[in-house]
Write a protein that binds this ligand. Structure first.
Ligand SMILES: [Zn+2]
Ligand SMILES: [Zn+2]
Length: 576
C-alpha cells in the first residue's frame, strides 16, 4: 500500500514549506492530506483505478494529480524540486521523528548538522540542549527518534513480507522438482516486522527451482545462485534466501531456521541434559552419534519431552516451561472468528457499501459484522453527523430484514476529543449495538492527559471497545505516551474491551499488551478496521499477533455466537 508512503511525502512537503516560511494555508492543506491518507487504510491504487481520488476528503485537483503521478511513475516532480530548494542535510534530518522543521533549520544553521551521524555526535556532546528553545528533554527525544528511524529502515513489515513469501512459496511449490517447502525465520513466527525471508526446500533436482526463484519478476538483484542456496533482493528491498536441505533433515532445519535464537538455545540446553544433540541436520545421540530424528519438526519437541510449540510462541517467554508441564495455551484459530466489529463503508471514508461488506463477510463464514463509521468531528474521514447516523441505523435495519443467517450490527467509532469527551451524546450512543471509541488527534500530549482521555471514555457505560489503543503506525509513528497498566486496570474494572486492530500497519494492541490484557482479565476484540471488502482479509495479521500474545478463544470477543455477543455488549449498561 502506497498510502503511508504518500502520507509521509505530503508530510515532508509541509515540513519543507515550513522551513521555507511559506503560506500557512498551503502548509495546512498538505498536513491535512497527510493525516487523511494516514487514516485511510483503503489502498490508494484501488481508489485511483476507480477514478475517485478527488472524492477523498482534502484531496483537490492539484493533490490528486500529484498522487496519480506518484502511483504511476513512482516519483513526484514537485516534491523532488522542493527538496532541492533547501540544503539536503536539512531534509535528511526531517526523516527523523522528533525533528521538526524549526529544529532541523536550527541544527543546520547553528551546528552545521546535516546528517544522522553529526546529529548523534551533537547529542552525545550535549550541544543541542543549549540551543534556543531546546533542553535536555529535546536531546532525549531526538535520540529516541533516531533509534526509531534506524529500526524502521532495517525491518520489513509483516504485511509486506507474509504475502510476498506466500506468493513465492506457491510458485515454487508448483514445480515438479519441489518436494517439501516452507518459509522459516521470524516470518514463520509472524513477528510484526521481519528481517530476511528464509525458504527451505527438499528436492532431488533443485537446479530448476533455483533458476525459477532467481528469475521471478519480484527480483531486483541476485546476490547468489547455487544448487544448495540462492539469495536475492526484491524490488521492495526484501532479502530472500532459498536453501535446499536433505529430506531427512527438513524438520530439524525448519525448527532451527524458525528460531528464535533464545528459544533454540534453551532447547539445546535441554537436549544436552538428555544426552542429545540437536542442530539443523537432526537429533543425534551425543554419545553414539546415532541419528534419532529430524525429518519432522515435531520429532525435536517429542525427543525433549515437550508438547509441540507453535512457531508464534517460540520467543523464550515461558513457552518451553509451559510445554514441559503440558500447559501451553490453546491458541486462537482463524476458524473460531465469527465476525468483524470495526468496519467502514461508503457512508464515511470506506469504498464499499454496507451490503457489499455484509456479503463479503458472510462469504468468509462470519455470522455478523458491525458498521462503525467515524463520528462528526472527524470531517476529513467523512465522519457522520447524528442525523446521518440515524439514517444509517434505518438502512441497517432494512438490510437485516433481507439478509438470511447474517446480522449487521449498528455502531460507531466515536472520536475521543482532546478533553476526553466523546463526539456524540449518550442519548445517540445508547441507540447503537456497538460503540467503539478511539483517539484520532491531539495525541502528542503527555502520558497523563492521553491516559485520562481513554479512561474517561472507558468509564462511559455505552463504550464497548477502545480501538487502536496505542495509536502506533509501524515504521511511521510510535505509540502515544500512555500508561497502559492503568488503562488495562480500568478496562478490567469497567468491562471495557480493547481492540487488537488487525491492520498490518497498526497491529495495535501489540503482542506484549495482548498478553498483559489476558493476565488482567481484559477481553480483546480482533477487528480489521476494513474500509473495503479486501480489508476484511487483514484478520489474518490480527490473528497472528493474538497468537503471539498467547490469546485463546476465551480471551476474544468476536468468537462469540451472536446471542452471547449481544449479551456481552449489554454488560456495562446493566452493571451501572
Ligand atoms: Zn480509527
Ligand atoms: Zn476505524
Amino acid at each position: 500500500m502506497k498510502n503511508l508512503e504518500l502520507s509521509r511525502i505530503f508530510e515532508q512537503i509541509a515540513k519543507i514549506l515550513k522551513v521555507k516560511n511559506e503560506n500557512p494555508f498551503k502548509i495546512r492543506a498538505y498536513e491535512k492530506v497527510a493525516l487523511v491518507l494516514e487514516n485511510l487504510p483503503i489502498d490508494l491504487e484501488t481508489i485511483y483505478q476507480q477514478g475517485a481520488l478527488d472524492d477523498i476528503p482534502g484531496v483537490g485537483k492539484g493533490i490528486a494529480k500529484k498522487i496519480e503521478e506518484y502511483l504511476t511513475t513512482g516519483k513526484m516532480e514537485y516534491y523532488e524540486k522542493l527538496k532541492e530548494s533547501i540544503p539536503a542535510g536539512v531534509i535528511k534530518l526531517l526523516d527523523v521523528p522528533e525533528v521538526g522543521p524549526k529544529t532541523a533549520k536550527l541544527l543546520y544553521e547553528e551546528l552545521k548538522v546535516d546528517n544522522l551521524e553529526k546529529l548523534e555526535e551533537a547529542i552525545k556532546g550535549h550541544k543541542i540542549k543549549n540551543l534556543p528553545g531546546m533542553g535536555e528533554k529535546s536531546e532525549i527525544n531526538i535520540l529516541r527518534g533516531i533509534e526509531f528511524y534506524k529500526r524502521s529502515k532495517e525491518r520489513v513489515p509483516l504485511g509486506l513480507a507474509l504475502p510476498l513469501a506466500e506468493e513465492i512459496v506457491k510458485i515454487l511449490s508448483k514445480l515438479r522438482e519441489t518436494e517439501r517447502i516452507s518459509f522459516a525465520g521470524s516470518l514463520r513466527r509472524k513477528r510484526e516486522t521481519v528481517g530476511d525471508i528464509d525458504i527451505l526446500i527438499t528436492s532431488q533436482k533443485p537446479e530448476r527451482i533455483m533458476k525459477t526463484f532467481v528469475s521471478l519478476p519480484q527480483v531486483r538483484e541476485i546476490l547468489a545462485e547455487g544448487p544448495t542456496k540462492s539469495s536475492i533482493i526484491t524490488k521492495d528491498d526484501v532479502h530472500i534466501d532459498v536453501r535446499v536441505v536433505g529430506p531427512e533433515s527438513f524438520g530439524a532445519a525448519l525448527q532451527y531456521f524458525t528460531g528464535s535464537k533464545a528459544h533454540n538455545i534453551k532447547l539445546r540446553e535441554l537436549a544436552v541434559k538428555k544426552n542429545l544433540k540437536i542442530n539443523e541436520y537432526g537429533i543425534f545421540d551425543s554419545i553414539t552419534g546415532k541419528r534419532r530424528g529430524g525429518k519432522e519438526e515435531e520429532e525435536i519437541y517429542k525427543a525433549l519431552n515437550l508438547s509441540f510449540i507453535p512457531p508464534e510462541l517460540r520467543e523464550d517467554r515461558g513457552e518451553i516451561e509451559a510445554a514441559q508441564e503440558n500447559k501451553l495455551p490453546e491458541l486462537i484459530e482463524k476458524s473460531q472468528i465469527k465476525g468483524d466489529l470495526h468496519l467502514h463503508t461508503t457512508w464515511s471514508d470506506g469504498i464499499n457499501s454496507i451490503r457489499e461488506m455484509a456479503e463479503a463477510a458472510k462469504k468468509r463464514g462470519y455470522q455478523y459484522i458491525a458498521i462503525t463509521e467515524h463520528s462528526q468531528s472527524l470531517k476529513f474521514a467523512g465522519g457522520l453527523t447524528e442525523q446521518k447516523l440515524k439514517e444509517q441505523i434505518e438502512e441497517i435495519h432494512n438490510l437485516n430484514r433481507e439478509l438470511k443467517d447474517f446480522t449487521i450490527l449498528t455502531g460507531i467509532e466515536v472520536d475521543i476529543k482532546s478533553d476526553g469527551n466523546l463526539d456524540f451524546s449518550d442519548e445517540i450512543l445508547s441507540k447503537l449495538d456497538v460503540v467503539i471509541a478511539a483517539i484520532h488527534s491531539g495525541f502528542k500530549q503527555e502520558s497523563k492527559i492521553n491516559t485520562a482521555r481513554i479512561i474517561k471514555a472507558m468509564q462511559n457505560k455505552y463504550v464497548n471497545i477502545i480501538a487502536h489503543p496505542t495509536g502506533r503506525l509501524i515504521g511511521y509513528r510510535e505509540a502515544y505516551e500512555l500508561d497502559m497498566e492503568r488503562i488495562m486496570q480500568v478496562a478490567s474494572e469497567t468491562g471495557t474491551i480493547l481492540e487488537l486492530n488487525a491492520h498490518p500497519e497498526r497491529l495495535d494492541l501489540n503482542e506484549i499488551y495482548c498478553r498483559l490484557a489476558k493476565e488482567k482479565g481484559v477481553q480483546i476484540a480482533i477487528q480489521t478496521d476494513a474500509h473495503s471488502i479486501e480489508g476484511l482479509a487483514m484478520m489474518d495479521f490480527g490473528l497472528a499477533i493474538a497468537r503471539r500474545g498467547w490469546l485463546e478463544s476465551r480471551d476474544i470477543l468476536n468468537v462469540l455466537p451472536l446471542d452471547k455477543l449481544m449479551k456481552r455488549l449489554q454488560y456495562k449498561k446493566k452493571d451501572y
